[in-house]
Design a protein around this ligand. Structure first.
Ligand SMILES: [Zn+2]
Length: 142
């Protein structure tokens, strides 16, 4: 697998550890968007695109956040459900949409994206710099 393109959108003045959004193109043919670059204790790392897990209201079918006490649509009290957990027993509120299934692939993506992130920081200092990451449609999903 070859990552043929990485597009970065640097995030400035963030209270969280979010450094940038990015998209990757695989083998010049398939694009995955909405990866995040997060500042960690041992340097930036890449988080895969994920979605908030949700649960349907038993009364009206509305999709509510996983641990909502009451339906956001009809207001009915929601049944207590055991939250889904990952292999380590931690509660999962998010699920990856796309992700590597082995360490070598994760490392490939990680090193390529972080290298491009560091190059983007240098590019961003140039006059007339514009990010090539297409942010259209991101607002409504946050
Ligand atoms: Zn409802």
């Amino acid at each position: 697998m070859d990552i043929t393109e990485v597009r970065i959108k640097l995030v400035e003045h963030t209270a969280e550890r979010l450094l940038a959004f990015c998209s990757i193109t695989i083998d010049g043919a398939f694009v995955v968007r909405d990866l995040k670059i997060i500042g960690g204790p041992s340097g930036p790392f890449v988080a895969m695109p994920s979605r908030k897990l949700s649960i349907h209201c038993h009364a009206c079918g509305f999709k509510n956040p996983l641990r909502a006490g009451y339906c956001n649509q009809c207001g009915k009290k929601q049944a207590e459900q055991p939250p889904p957990r990952d292999d380590d027993g931690r509660v999962r509120l998010y699920a990856d949409i796309a992700h590597p299934i082995n360490a070598s692939c994760r490392e490939l993506i990680q090193s390529r994206v972080v290298r491009e992130y560091e190059a983007e920081i240098v590019r961003a200092r140039q006059p007339g710099y514009m990010s090539r990451y297409d942010a259209i449609g991101d607002e409504e999903r946050r």
